[in-house]
Ligand binder design. Sequence first.
Ligand code: HEC
Ligand code: HEC
Length: 359
Amino acid sequence: MNRTGDFKVRRVTVAVFLAIVIGIIVMLEIVGCSPGSQSGQDNRDTSSVSIAALFKAEHLWTAPDTTSIPQGEEGKMIAYGRTLVIHTSKYFGPNGSLAKITNGMNCQNCHLDAGTRPYGNNLAVVSTIYPKISPRSGNMITIADKVNECLSRSMNGAPIDTAGKEMQAYVAYIKWLGRNVKKGETLAGTAGIKAPDFISRAADPDKGKLVYDQFCARCHGADGQGQLAADVLKDPAKQQGGAATAEDLYYYPPLWGSHSFNGVATLYRLSKFAGFVQNNMPYPANHSTRVLTEEQAWDVAAYVNSRERPIKDFSKDYAADISKKPYDFPFPPYADNFTEAQHKFGPYTDMASAKKKAH
Ligand code: HEC
Ligand code: HEC
């Protein structure tokens, strides 16, 4: 028996076998079936990304077109409600034609594009979720009650008559906005402000000041007091993006001080401020063109919400059941043992998961 020849044959067999195995591995990589590319992490693999994108495509809400506002009395109320959302200060601001009851902001300053912008704190689902029990008051509240909460808290003002024409107009507009939304339907970018991902440390007002000076001060002012429409409209250099007209008090609304939202407004909660800002600021940033990182969003929220602002009585909020108090509501008492400082600035990871477990 020729032992050398026998060995050669075996070597050739092993080599062919290895070549086939390597060939199969290479082919799997090319067609994108290896576990690595299936995870969707590898953005360089364009073929699998485009397929993944199809599946991930968000079901975004689009507001009804204003040309579809009906004719007649009902349509007039809807259109009036829309005007009251856009130019609130003209009617209810410090020089308001109907009542002088608010800080001069417009609803639209916080509910962008008349409450229609995805991720812009829009009012898409409101008509499908009210009336509902408010965890804040423990009572059943209507859309009108909620609008009055924004007038009293976010606009640091006073409620208006729920039977009056203006409130009826607000409600008519909000119902019209949500007329194509089904109850319980999940639509991306609607249903309130989502918190940015948590960071592992407490939000830092000092770091936030640096973010503010770099990204916010040029519009909202170094002192956070905003800029009046009358000033900005006569100086094109100051017009850097915004929707205000000569009918409005502010071109850039204030972020703190006596004309800003008060301490019981929802934006005074760090997660809400950070979430709104990350998806919408610096104007006209949006959900897909975010400018700020998670850290910057939390830190700038900590800075702005550490400045002075009107503080109203908060003692009745969540008093009906303090376990319903949001983790970042910055006033004690709390149902847990985390400190007031941690509720105000985080870190929130443990707090939020403890809360989830409790419910
Ligand atoms: C280019 C100008 C511009 C810049 C820069 C900018 N904003 Fe704004 N901001 C606006 C305008 C305009 C509005 C009101 C939007 C409307 O009415 O349509 C607004 C609204 C807001 C609101 C809600 C209304 C209020 O006053 O409470 C917050 C909060 C806010 N901005 C925070 C920030 C923060 C924080 C930054 C920096 C990260 C920032 N903005 C940068 C123009 C700007
Ligand atoms: C300073 C900012 C600000 C202003 C100004 C403001 N709001 Fe709000 N509004 C908010 C925030 C923040 C929320 C709560 C969003 C969340 O829960 O995530 C809210 C919630 C609401 C809701 C309930 C939304 C829901 O899904 O439950 C309605 C309705 C509403 N606002 C209407 C108005 C109207 C009408 C005006 C003007 C009269 C107004 N808001 C002015 C910040 C503001």
